[in-house]
Write a protein that binds this ligand. Structure first.
Ligand code: TPP
Ligand code: MG
Length: 292
């Protein structure tokens, strides 16, 4: 899962955590890439790229684009499931998770994509709205006072409201959303940007500026974290990742054998055959694509 709308405004600390997860799950992406954050040609760009960063299908930059990408991915899940899940084999069966922000929900593209997802009832979508009520210019009360829950209910979405810092509430809402069969889900999580920072919590400066050495120290003190190293990941988190990787390895092997069983029987993209489909599709998607 990545923040769909934008990778670039993610502050360095959060990006560090995302890169940690991507590297932990076996992708070839080092922490040094953070130093190239938002640089043209780097592996952590601030603009849309496809298949560029290991472990990341698409990067974005424009707010709302990731929200819409996720809707496309959810549509693909249903279309492909319809074609592949034959003869009692369920080989396509996944959810699309996303973290979306105030800025994203302000964008027009989000409304269009949300309306379409609600119309089709793409219930595999589970988006968590990081409702910190702070955007780049300050408090969202400056420009954004609509009732997001009512808007999404009107689009035919299931809406939940939770405290975004309460782990049990997060887990409970995700569980309910996973059981939802008719509508996409939006979990509105009330959060506080820069939580724990004594002087900067709930301020717009946390959005893009580093906290600064002094405030970082105060924040860590306040949270009861060690002051060094600067980028610190608790052992429990590392352990959790290791356990999950082991579980996913087993799931992956099981999935491969399910996929390979009866592969010949399942006609993939019967109109064109997969190679032709790929060739045509990739030509449109990437003009430099040259493989036959
Ligand atoms: C279409 C578009 N317009 C403007 C921007 C510039 N921009 C980057 S982040 C941001 C808003 C940040 O606030 P929010 O989305 O609430 O993120 P948070 O800081 O709360 O994580 C804006 C306006 C952009 N990236 N894309
Ligand atoms: Mg915000």
């Amino acid at each position: 899962m990545a923040k769909p709308g934008q990778i670039y405004p993610v502050c360095r600390a959060r990006l560090h955590v995302i890169v940690f997860f991507v590297t932990s799950f076996g992708y070839d992406l080092s922490l040094d890439e953070i130093k190239q954050f938002r640089q043209f040609g780097s592996k952590t760009p601030g603009h849309p790229e496809y298949g560029h960063t290991p472990g990341v299908e698409v990067t974005t930059g424009p707010l709302g684009q990731g929200f819409a990408n996720g809707v496309g991915m959810a549509l693909a899940e249903r279309v492909i499931a319809d074609r592949f899940n034959k003869d009692g084999r369920t080989i396509i069966n996944h959810h699309i998770y996303g973290l979306v922000s105030d800025g994203e929900l302000m964008e027009g593209i989000t409304s269009e994509a949300a309306s379409f997802a609600g119309h089709l009832g793409l219930s595999r979508i589970i988006y968590i709205y990081d409702s910190n009520q702070i955007s780049i210019e300050g408090n969202t009360s400056l420009t954004f006072t609509e009732d997001v829950a009512k808007r999404f209910e009107a689009y035919n979405w299931r809406v939940y409201k939770i405290d975004g810092h309460d782990h049990n509430e997060i887990a409970g809402a995700i569980e309910s959303a996973r059981n939802e069969k008719e509508k996409p889900s939006l979990i509105i999580a009330r959060t506080h940007i820069g939580k724990g920072s004594p002087n900067k919590q709930n301020t717009a400066s946390v959005h893009g500026e580093p906290l600064g050495a002094k405030e970082l120290e105060l924040t860590k003190e306040n949270l009861g974290w060690p002051k060094s190293p600067a980028f610190y990941i608790p052992d429990e988190v590392k352990q959790l990742c290791q356990t999950r990787i082991a579980e996913l390895r087993v799931e992956y092997v099981d999935w491969q054998s399910l996929f390979n069983t009866g592969k010949k029987k399942t006609q993939i993209f019967p109109r064109y055959g997969m190679p032709t489909f790929k060739k045509r599709f990739l030509k449109i998607w990437n003009p430099n694509y040259s493989k036959p």
